[in-house]
Design a protein around this ligand. Sequence first.
Ligand SMILES: Nc1ncnc2c1ncn2[C@@H]1O[C@H](COP(=O)(O)OP(=O)(O)OP(=O)(O)O)[C@@H](O)[C@H]1O
Length: 223
Amino acid sequence: MATTMATTMIRIEGLCASCGGRSVLDDVHFRLERGEFAYLRGRSGSGKSTLLKLLYRELSEFEGAIEVAGRRLRDIPRHELRRMIGVVFQSFELLEGKTVYENIAMAGDVRGMPRGRIREEAMKLLGRVSLDGRANDYPAQLSGGEQQRVAIVRALLGKPELLLADEPTGNLDSETAAEVLGLLRELQREQGMAMLVVTHSQELIDRYPATVWEMAEGKVRRR
Ligand SMILES: Nc1ncnc2c1ncn2[C@@H]1O[C@H](COP(=O)(O)OP(=O)(O)OP(=O)(O)O)[C@@H](O)[C@H]1O
């Protein structure tokens, strides 16, 4: 039992959740191992974002069991969860009035990282995603793919154990989408983190094959 706990990043058993009074997740069972990369796929409105929001606790009402890194999600303090989990969204969610560096550094502040470490890691990661020299630009000066790379750096600051990506390539053309997912895949391997990517794109799944969890009628099935 102890060994299983140590190697599992996310364990969900019998999860039920509602949105606006309607049942969205109904007896969901799901598992992601440490360092594993997997996709979550399903029709629009099937509950993929709801599942992710429960994991990073933007939503907190649920029944059943959710464990992250062998601990009950409810027992993990919010500040600790923010350090454990990085999140990337379809719409990038960068603050327009702040520079690339300021956007990234804010995430470091939230995670309680010292300023020196924030700068060091941010600059290293910006180099890793080929955005050297863009730290003082504003989001509007960057392309969609570049903005998503900034959002990836922001999510990876502080080396989270788990990255959740909710349609991270949904706003990008197919070539840029493939580049961004390829980059995420490389970073996931380099950092040894677990990663769950919500996508609608069979093209991307074919290009970067991994386990696919299919969500339908409130349940998820491993395919
Ligand atoms: N704040 C909310 N209030 C009421 N209903 C909601 C709310 N958020 C989501 N829902 C409903 O919950 C269901 C699941 O939504 P969710 O966003 O999780 O689906 P999804 O699979 O991520 O969809 P998409 O692929 O379109 O992003 C939908 O029927 C949606 O309308």
